[in-house]
Design a protein around this ligand. Sequence first.
Ligand SMILES: Nc1ncnc2c1ncn2[C@@H]1O[C@H](COP(=O)(O)OP(=O)(O)OP(=O)(O)O)[C@@H](O)[C@H]1O
Ligand SMILES: [Mg+2]
Length: 396
Amino acid sequence: MVGVDQVLEKLSTVIDPDLKKDIVSMGMIKDLELDQGNLKFTLELTTPACPFNVEIEEDVRKAVGEIEEIKNFDMNVTAKVMEGRSLDADTALSTVKNIIGVASGKGGVGKSTVSLNLALALSQTGAKVGLLDADIYGPSIPLMLGMTDANMEVKDNKLQPADSNGLKVVSFGFFAEQEDQAAIYRGPIISGILKQFLVDTNWTDLDYLIVDLPPGTGDIPLTLAQTIPITGILVVTTPQDVASNVAVKAMGMFNKLNVPIIGIVENMSHFTCQNCNEIHHIFGQGGAKKISEKFNIPFVGEIPLNSGIMSGSDLGKPIMITDPNSPSSEAFRTAAKNVAAQCSIIAAKLQEEMASEAANAGAQSTEAEPSKPPDAGQSLGSAGAGTAASTSSPSN
Ligand SMILES: Nc1ncnc2c1ncn2[C@@H]1O[C@H](COP(=O)(O)OP(=O)(O)OP(=O)(O)O)[C@@H](O)[C@H]1O
Ligand SMILES: [Mg+2]
């Protein structure tokens, strides 16, 4: 009769295309039960927004189908977003698994548009998503969400984010009476406001917190990069060289601060004429792709120009909600999946680094102690990180 080891061996032939690792060693197989050829387990994917979820699920079914002695197979598919930030127990915002700063070199390239629609696209996959409008000088998210009358509540000394379309939202624009004064605020005050928005907000459990930054490398992007561990920065640019060149300068700052670049997205990429269906590259072509190749940064997507994006923004009606089947919404969905995949890759690297640090620390402490034989728990290690396997009958 087939045993758990053989099942895991077969399952470990399924490779996650993003993480380039097998699903067993990544701990994606949970609660495995095998009883007289009846197999049951949970496949826990790394994010509901993974571009390869369907493919992985199909590969798993195929692999199990190739084990002759399996009579019945029952698989529960779930997703648990990986932590893309080093989260110690005392880390600020420890309930937020990934923080993604959306930055650019030049202003007006569409950071706020991309932040909002990416947040909505991620949320529509089932992920828990927050949106922090960190453009304290010129907050635009309230207008784009039609929330200009929203107010921030404070409960138990914590700011309570407003709810909109399934997102948790915080913006300086919700403090109507103070918004006009933002222009006169300078460095330390601005940094203080952002820190409060990050740390003194009741964000609750979030898979992704998207932070819409002002353009350039001023106090706000600097504060975000230095205050808390973040997963990384998504760079937005338009195709023309002048925008791309400034984007490179902004990336330089984050690089110096050791903040990973999640990827680059090209907004206002092209325009498709509705009459002749011809594609026009109004702002030039290929700027973001050039940067991605030159600096080896993932290219996560291109968003076409669409007058509906602009008019919807002004009316508080984001395109992901009003026209989810438009090519622009499809482009945001693709970009969101690629961003989620890059976050999983960063998370997997972090896990590896932490495991090797722990192993080094262990090796140093055993140098001082006489060596011990591996215990039963360690011998299960080959089943993979976090794999919980149980059999309710003899497995051979
Ligand atoms: N793909 C697009 N198609 C059409 N209009 C767009 C697109 N992306 C953004 N816009 C419009 O361009 C303008 C600038 O966009 P947005 O406010 O998102 O840029 P930003 O980079 O956040 O600007 P700022 O640097 O001032 O924060 C807005 O009017 C927005 O509606
Ligand atoms: Mg903006």
